[in-house]
Design a protein around this ligand. Structure first.
Ligand SMILES: *Cc1c(COP(=O)(O)O)cnc(C)c1O
Length: 234
């Protein structure tokens, strides 16, 4: 695994995808998904100039972040349990994957105690999969004003994880769906939402063509995850 080489190649592919649809390459943030990888790997990644990292377990992040360079910036991309919210608010600058009023209320409450406002993305279950977390689109639109009224969260956009397929094109309709939902959400809120977090190692170029502003890339940067089996459950 040569991180520098992988990073270069991903950056080039991001730029090419942007060029295909007339977007500025700087309109896409590359979030390096570092879950399961040790601090030494992240230090090497930081030395190559990667700044934004995504973690999906609060406990793992809590142990790892203090061992990483202080300039790194962290997004939470997992499913958040209410007993982990306090730590998450402290550790992360964006919580992606908020999917209920209950968890949003808890984030707002803990952010208030910490004297800050917490940016969040709302997770959408774009394919209606029973096995996945995330808002059903209608429910999200119905609860949006109530979510937005919470004093210490700021809704910055939407995120989704479409059903896995080895064929990247299969993700495209789900990315389009998320983009359309963002437009509907903006109409409800009467305000723009800056972010669409969509696209992973296998399909980030398609996501960019469909408007992604954050792509979450793990395997294509770091290689296979260490001990993936232990990634289930918190
Ligand atoms: C693990 C993970 C990723 C990265 O997946 P890769 O296929 O390794 O790029 C992206 N998003 C979320 C929410 C994840 O949990």
């Amino acid at each position: 695994m040569d991180f520098a080489e992988n990073l270069n190649s991903i950056r080039q592919r991001i730029a090419a995808a942007c060029a295909r649809v007339g977007r500025d390459q700087h309109s896409v943030m590359l979030l390096a998904v570092s879950k399961s990888h040790p601090p030494e790997t992240l230090q090497a990644a930081a030395a190559c100039g990667q700044i934004f990292f995504g973690e999906n377990k609060v406990q793992e992040a809590k142990a790892k972040i203090p061992l990483c360079p202080g300039k790194l910036r962290w997004h939470f991309i997992g499913h958040l349990q209410s007993n982990k919210v306090r730590d998450a608010v402290e550790l992360f600058e964006l919580i992606q994957g908020v999917d209920s009023l209950a968890i949003a209320r808890e984030i707002s409450k803990r952010a208030e105690q910490a004297g800050k406002t917490m940016p969040i993305l709302l997770e959408v279950n774009v394919a209606g999969e029973g096995s996945k977390f995330g808002y059903a689109p209608e429910k999200l639109l119905a609860e949006l004003n109530e979510l937005n009224a919470l004093p210490k969260i700021e809704i910055h956009g939407l995120m989704a994880i479409p059903p896995y397929s080895p064929a990247a094109e299969k993700s495209r309709p789900y990315f389009q769906k998320l983009r359309e939902l963002k437009i509907q959400a903006e109409q409800v809120l009467g305000a723009p939402l800056p972010h669409l977090s969509m696209g992973m190692s296998g399909d980030f170029e398609i996501a960019i063509e469909e408007g992604a502003t954050i792509v979450r890339v793990g395997t294509a940067l770091f290689g296979p995850r260490v001990n993936p089996i232990r990634q289930t459950g918190e």
